[in-house]
Design a protein around this ligand. Structure first.
Ligand code: ADP
Ligand code: MG
Length: 189
């Protein structure tokens, strides 16, 4: 059971009243892990601090508690890793780190743009997992911005086509939890 979680926070530590745009029932349903057995994906979208990583981590902890293999990574780290493996002619073997686990979590898609090779490797991975293994992905970017992110609209469309075919999309519209106390006391800004 690999994991590499950035921090340990459970779903019960998540305050759903702070983020009313999130359908708590859907998160509870996802926590049963039925989506993993169906090889469906989960996409958390929204601005920084709204709980995307926390919810991904919470679901990862649930999956681990059910004995599933889980691997957590950020997109930038994933791409750096695959690029290194590609350079050293061991891409196929290294790819198995990401295709092997029942659940793969790709955090922070969108903060850094991908170059040609990066976009190509990302497409290869998404294709390899398509209808075989679940992905939880988080992004601060709307799907319309993925062409720019990947520097290639055709490739971005191909990635999204596979990623979204069987996917639960959770669009979080709300304030950053990190800034909640400052927003309350009016000291933000
Ligand atoms: P992001 O959407 O940028 O990934 P995070 O999920 O990392 O944001 O959330 C930022 C911090 O705020 C984390 O420490 C997280 O645990 C906390 N947090 C965010 N939303 C909530 C919430 N609704 N209830 C409790 N903690 C939250
Ligand atoms: Mg995050």
């Amino acid at each position: 059971k690999l994991a590499r979680l950035p921090y340990r926070k459970t779903l019960s530590e998540f305050d759903f009243t702070f983020q009313p745009s999130i359908d708590e029932k859907l998160i509870r349903e996802l926590a049963t892990m039925a989506f993993v057995y169906r090889a469906e994906n989960v996409i958390f979208l929204g601005p920084p601090g709204v709980g995307k990583t926390h919810l991904a981590v919470g679901l990862a902890i649930e999956a681990l508690s059910q004995g599933m293999s889980v691997y957590f990574t950020r997109l930038s780290r994933l791409i750096e890793d695959l690029k290194k493996a590609n350079k050293e002619n061991r891409l196929e073997k290294r790819m198995r780190i990401y295709t092997g686990p029942k659940l793969l979590i790709i955090d922070e898609v969108g903060y850094l743009p991908l170059d040609d090779l990066g976009a190509n490797l990302f497409f290869q991975l998404i294709s390899a997992r398509y209808e075989r293994g679940s992905i939880i992905l988080t992004s601060n970017k709307g799907f319309g911005e993925w062409g720019e992110l990947m520097g290639d609209t055709v490739l971005a469309t191909a990635v999204l086509d596979r990623l979204l075919h069987h996917a639960h999309i959770i669009n979080i519209r709300g304030n950053s939890y990190r800034l909640k106390d400052r927003l309350k006391t009016g000291l933000y800004g």
